[in-house]
Design a protein around this ligand. Structure first.
Ligand code: ATP
Length: 796
């Protein structure tokens, strides 16, 4: 085994190895800053150079010529610092000498009028050592030169040694040696003992958290088609029967994967993050194991909090919780109590619903409360309201002897919006999270991105308080709180996820997706329509609506059709029974009743014309109101079927509209993004993106209002010329620079809406080229008249 000189990459065969290695370290973008801040060695070397520079000058009352040299020496010192600071912390003093020599040579070359480039570290490397020119030196500099000569002698000897050793290998060993050398490239012997640090491997990972932790990069995957009988998940037959009666036959894929993870067992498995498509049944996947767990207790305590972004979603999840509560209250098990906090009621009224008062045995507390009350009492007043006795702020209970009145939550599960939750935590006396062992954050990406009153920090702080046995899971050796985080567009932003302080998390995704990708339901069909004349966009919408209607009649969406026909009869029977009850209470001559009857007849005849359900998304509340009204003016026969939903619609009205839409009494809903997330509109056949969604996640949530629970659904997107590129690139993943997080099974079809030159309505799949698409003159006039009417109405 022998060593071999390894030339620097630029081919400077005789370059000083120490300089090469030091320079290499200096040039490394990672090493340089790190080493420069690595103080111990750098400080040592700098001190050495400083002494060398300053001591002689200080002692000889330096002349101006000296000052020049002094500044040159300082330059040398700085150069030397560059090198030495890049060296190993373990580097022996020899290194200092070498670096110093390097600096000295550099100074010399400078004196010899060498160019700037040759004084750079790279310049030094590129040139072989030159024969030193003799130069007249002052007495003060002589010892330094002597030292340099010695060093040069030493180097010369070393280079000669290298030269000899390079000639040594025999030809037959060359190839073997080369391969060995390849492996040992960094190991250089005989050139002076300059131990170097391990080469710093350049860390290419971006600090933008591209490198995911194992739980995110290796999720638990489940195939979409997976179905699993609830009995396999350990659910009793009686509960299964009740679940079946509510429409839950078998567990969906995400439920089959998540329920076992969330069912408390002997070993609690940690927190669970679920990223699964819209309509895949995420709600039941946490509600079922949670209610099953809580139903095993006897005492009511606030055990679970479910946080959702909107009031409508709170009501929807409440319905699923009630269904499961009924399923698990069998066999004398407790019926789990469910409460909501959404801020649509007066706060006091909500407090009274959520809280209750108990008499707690506490003689000392009773005495204290009594003393306080006696101090406060005003004996001149008849009003005895001031006898407080520790009463809570919600009720009127008085403590019995040796007891105090305590206010505690009256529900096991609280489903809430984050803002209202914060209000209760901070303002409602006795509202404690001490017993909470389930925290669910649904639509997590939205809730994490918008920090409503720092709700998460506050909740996590409360959950970090651990009182003995308060958060214990029955039948488990672990204690809570347990977190379940869900979304169809789960964020992969680690800084947001870290905010949840997850404990041993597992990520559940459907097969075919990676973390950060958003899978669309496989039963979703997507169609894109180019709006060639944005000024006439509402006419495109009208034609699209009639096309959709035709489609549902010709049955390309079987579920939509069957549900429509079902809801038709529903709506008929309900409207009949409604009108019965109304006619029995009002007289026939009542003009109000007649008006209602007329409206109902119109709705019925309109419903006969329009056979499916459509949700139209616009970009804002204002656009929603305008479009809804314009549509009613343009197509009066559809007006009775059109509903409007914006964030300014009252909560009760919103619930009523959603209920009417679910029953298909309303069939066309024009809405803002308020209902783009989570809302489960039974049997919704079509979603239309009238205005483009703001991003890929918004697209996924909007179109995900249809094609739920395996049913067929259609998503139609209208795009104008200027929006086309963004749509195809960001949402579809086609075209130049295309990149989309949206994963789909099928492809997005193109469709033409409008009339060709002959005035015939032209509707066909795929792009049609060479035809001028327009609308008949009389339709354009009617549209202009509608706009005028709208303007008049707006002006009042
Ligand atoms: N096991 C099941 N059997 C039959 N229907 C189910 C089952 N699980 C869920 N569903 C139904 O599937 C629909 C979608 O469920 P859910 O609202 O939980 O979807 P999601 O995944 O939360 O969607 P989003 O991401 O849009 O909120 C609901 O109507 C629900 O009742």
């Amino acid at each position: 085994m022998y060593s071999r000189y390894i030339p620097p990459p630029n081919g400077g065969a005789t370059a000083n190895t120490a300089s090469y290695q030091a320079t290499n370290a200096y040039n490394d973008p990672v090493t340089a800053p790190q080493q420069n801040t690595d103080t111990p060695v750098a400080t040592k070397k700098i001190t050495f150079e400083d002494t060398d520079d300053t001591a002689p000058i200080a002692s000889t009352n330096a002349s101006s010529g000296r000052e020049t040299r002094h500044s040159e020496k300082k330059e040398k010192s700085r150069t030397s610092e560059k090198y030495t600071s890049a060296q190993s912390p373990e580097a022996p003093d020899d290194d200092t000498t070498t670096a110093k020599e390097h600096g000295s040579k550099k100074r010399k070359r400078k004196e010899e009028g060498l160019t700037n480039s040759s004084t750079t570290p790279e310049g030094n490397l590129a040139k072989p050592p030159k024969k030193e020119k003799k130069k007249k030196k002052s007495e003060k500099e002589a010892p330094e030169d002597d030292e340099e000569d010695k060093v040069h002698q030493r180097h010369k000897a070393v280079f000669e040694k290298i030269g000899r050793s390079l000639q040594r290998p025999s030809t037959e060993d060359t190839s073997k040696q080369e391969s060995e050398d390849e492996k040992e490239e960094d190991e250089v012997h005989d050139l002076g003992p300059i131990p170097q640090p391990e080469p710093v491997v350049f860390d290419e990972s971006k600090l933008t958290y591209d490198t995911l932790p194992a739980w995110l990069s290796s999720p638990i995957r489940v195939t979409r088609e997976t179905r699993c009988p609830f009995s396999d998940l350990g659910i009793s037959s009686k509960s299964i029967d009740i679940l079946k009666s509510k429409g839950f036959e078998d567990a969906f894929a995400v439920q089959a994967a998540a329920i076992p993870l969330l069912t408390p067992g002997l070993d609690r498995q940690g927190d669970v993050v679920i990223s699964a498509p819209t309509g895949s049944g995420k709600t039941l996947s946490y509600v079922l194991p949670m209610i099953r767990d809580i139903s095993q207790g006897q005492v009511t305590r606030l055990r679970a909090i479910i946080v959702l972004p909107t009031r409508d979603l709170v009501q929807q999840v409440q319905a699923t919780c009630e269904a499961c509560s009924a399923a698990f209250s069998v066999d004398k098990r407790k019926r789990v109590k469910i409460g909501t906090a959404v801020g649509n009621k007066a706060f006091k009224a909500e407090q009274e619903k959520l809280m209750t008062e108990i008499q707690k045995y506490d003689p000392q507390g009773y005495m204290k409360a009594l003393e306080r009350s006696l101090k406060l009492v005003n004996f001149d007043s008849d009003d005895d309201e001031e006898y407080d006795f520790g009463r809570s702020d919600i009720g009127a209970s008085r403590p019995v002897l040796d007891h105090v009145v305590e206010s505690i939550p009256a529900v096991d599960i609280l489903i809430c919006t984050p803002g209202r939750l914060v209000e209760h935590i901070t303002k409602t006396k006795g509202f404690t999270l001490d017993y909470v062992r389930w925290l669910v954050v649904d639509e997590a990406d939205k809730l994490l991105a918008q920090d409503y009153q720092q709700w998460l920090d506050l909740v996590l702080k409360k959950l970090s308080v651990n009182k003995p046995s308060h958060r214990d899971f029955p039948n488990s050796n672990k204690t809570g709180p347990r977190k379940v985080i869900l979304s169809a567009t789960m964020t992969r932003d680690l800084s947001l996820l870290n905010g949840l302080k997850l404990s041993r998390p597992h990520l559940v995704v459907l097969e075919g997706t990676k973390s950060g990708e958003h899978l669309l339901p496989s039963s979703l069909k997507e169609v894109a329509i180019r709006v060639r004349d944005p000024g006439l966009k509402p006419l495109y919408l009208v034609d699209l609506l009639w096309h959709i209607n035709k489609l549902s009649i010709s049955d390309t969406a079987p579920d939509a059709k069957s549900s429509d026909s079902g809801s038709d009869s529903d709506s008929t029977s309900e409207s009949e029974s409604d009108s019965d009850s109304e006619s029995s209470s009002d007289s026939d001559s009542d003009s109000g009743t007649n008006r209602k009857e007329d409206t109902r007849k119109q709705a019925k005849s309109a419903a006969a014309k329009f056979n499916t359900t459509v949700l139209i998304f616009t970009k804002s509340n204002e656009a929603t109101l305008r479009l809804s009204r314009l549509l009613s003016i343009l197509v009066p026969e559809l007006a009775p079927l059109i509903g409007t939903l914006t964030s300014s619609t009252k909560t009760s009205k919103r619930a009523q509209i959603l209920a009417e839409f679910a029953r298909s009494r309303l069939r066309i809903l024009v809405a803002s993004d308020l209902v783009s997330r989570g809302i489960d509109l039974a049997n919704l056949g079509h979603v239309i993106n009238y205005d483009m969604p703001i991003n890929a996640a918004s697209y996924v949530h909007r179109v995900g209002r249809t094609a739920r629970a395996g049913r067929v659904g259609y998503a139609w997107t209208l795009y104008e010329h200027a929006q086309g590129r963004r749509f195809w690139r960001d949402f579809v993943g086609q075209g130049e620079g295309a990149s989309t997080e949206i994963i789909r099974v099928g492809k997005v079809e193109k469709m033409l809406v409008g009339e060709d030159e002959d005035g015939d309505v032209e509707m066909e799949d795929g792009a049609v080229k060479g035809k001028k698409i327009t609308f008949a003159e009389d339709r354009i006039k009617a549209y202009e008249a509608a706009l005028e009417q709208l303007g008049k109405e707006a002006r009042g």
